[in-house]
Design a protein around this ligand. Structure first.
Ligand SMILES: Cc1cc2nc3c(=O)[nH]c(=O)nc-3n(C[C@H](O)[C@H](O)[C@H](O)COP(=O)(O)O)c2cc1C
Length: 359
């Protein structure tokens, strides 16, 4: 029988009951101390029929924050709070991995300890505005990290991975997409370093590889995924040779036997693409399971699975508005429409109150 979205699959060591993945979605509804709260538990529990949930991007350290009301994964209290989420998802038969996040230059001193400058591969100010507790303000020029500071950042990923496993997550996804720190190192629009973390593809991939190896040493490769977004212009990102760069990255990670490679196949938030790109060829190079994302619906998702383009498909906005998206796809039922006004921050409204089919 042909494979489709409802066929089980194993991504590394993680067994999924179907191939519909809830994409990572920042919702800015944590409380002081970076703690997930009761409504966050309900939200994830409601979506546990997904084959896999990828958590909202979660800062690995106080310096990794870049938006208000994010939940963290670097204190014992955060571990205890997240444990309620993983327990609820597991009790409903779901699986959940945590997306590990360092925002790099996409931040603002008002969001960082002691009003620190955001850090980045190079002191290049991104175009656009930071979301702060005081509203939207221009980004400022970040401070370029010196190479001797990078081991501490790798250590933050290690601590975050230990904490995520202690909180009961089935694995972690290293966030190297969407213009945040690891993506800032990969792409030459944001990385103009002249040391061995800049210049060649190998050098620009070095921090990512160091992070992956360190995280794998904690979790095992079968519980580590990676997210990339080769031509997503979001957060003022661009690269001069994306196809060659990301071919290099995929060749470099293939020997690691990651649980999966998760690829945003274009630009998010309707932002178009930074350059033309052949995702089929990237997929063919990749020897680990491949998770596709961006604007998939049921038909395109099934086609991607049946053709072998993807082993799993991640859905973002559809899972915001449809906690029972799997059942709705099974029944070809109508989908609830998402309300973008309640995406980032707020209450249960537009968060846990989207109706189920049965309602
Ligand atoms: C409200 C919102 C929050 C998002 N937060 C994250 C995030 O935390 N991490 C991430 O990698 N992508 C994030 N994204 C991107 C989504 O994971 C996904 O790539 C995007 O929505 C495209 O998939 P879709 O067309 O199925 O919605 C976010 C998107 C939206 C709309």
């Amino acid at each position: 029988m042909a494979l489709d979205l409802f066929s089980p699959v194993k991504l590394g060591a993680i067994a999924l009951k179907n191939r519909m993945v809830m994409a990572p979605l920042t919702r800015n509804r944590a409380v002081a101390g970076g703690l997930p709260q009761a409504m966050n538990v309900t939200y994830y529990e409601q979506r546990a029929t997904a084959g896999l949930i990828i958590s909202e991007a979660t800062p690995i350290s106080p310096m990794a924050h870049g938006y208000p009301a994010l939940p963290g994964i670097y204190t014992d209290a955060q571990v205890a709070a997240w444990e309620k989420v993983t327990d609820a998802v597991h009790a409903k038969g779901g699986k959940i991995v945590m997306q590990l996040w360092h925002v790099g230059r996409i931040s603002h001193p008002s969001l960082l300890p002691n009003e620190a400058l955001p850090v980045a591969p190079s002191a290049i100010k991104p175009a656009g505005k930071a979301f702060t507790y005081q509203g939207l303000v221009d980004y400022i020029t970040p401070r370029a990290l010196v190479a001797s500071e990078l081991p501490a950042i790798v250590a933050d990923y290690v601590l975050a991975t230990k904490n995520a496993l202690a909180a009961g997550f089935d694995g972690v996804e290293v966030h190297a997409a969407n213009g945040y720190l690891l993506d800032q190192f990969l792409r030459d629009g944001s990385n103009q370093r002249t040391d061995n973390y800049g210049g060649s593809f190998e050098n620009r991939s070095r921090l990512l590889l160091e992070v992956l190896l360190a995280v794998i040493a904690v979790a095992g490769a079968g519980r580590v995924g990676l997210r990339l977004s080769p031509v997503n212009p979001f957060n003022d990102m661009i690269d001069s040779q994306p196809q060659a760069l990301f071919s290099h990255v995929v060749d470099a990670i293939n020997p690691l036997n990651l649980a999966y490679l998760h690829v945003v196949e274009g630009g998010i938030h309707g932002g178009g693409i930074a350059a033309p790109f052949d995702f089929a060829s990237l997929r063919q190079r990749c020897t680990s399971p491949y998770m596709a994302n961006l604007s998939y619906d049921k038909a395109r998702g099934n086609a991607a699975i049946a053709s072998g383009h993807a082993d799993a498909v991640a859905y973002g906005v559809p899972f915001i508005a449809n906690p029972d998206l799997v059942e709705r796809f099974k029944q070809d039922a109508r989908l609830n429409q998402a309300d973008p006004k309640s995406f980032y921050g707020g209450s249960e409204l537009g968060y846990t109150d989207y109706p189920f089919l049965s309602a």
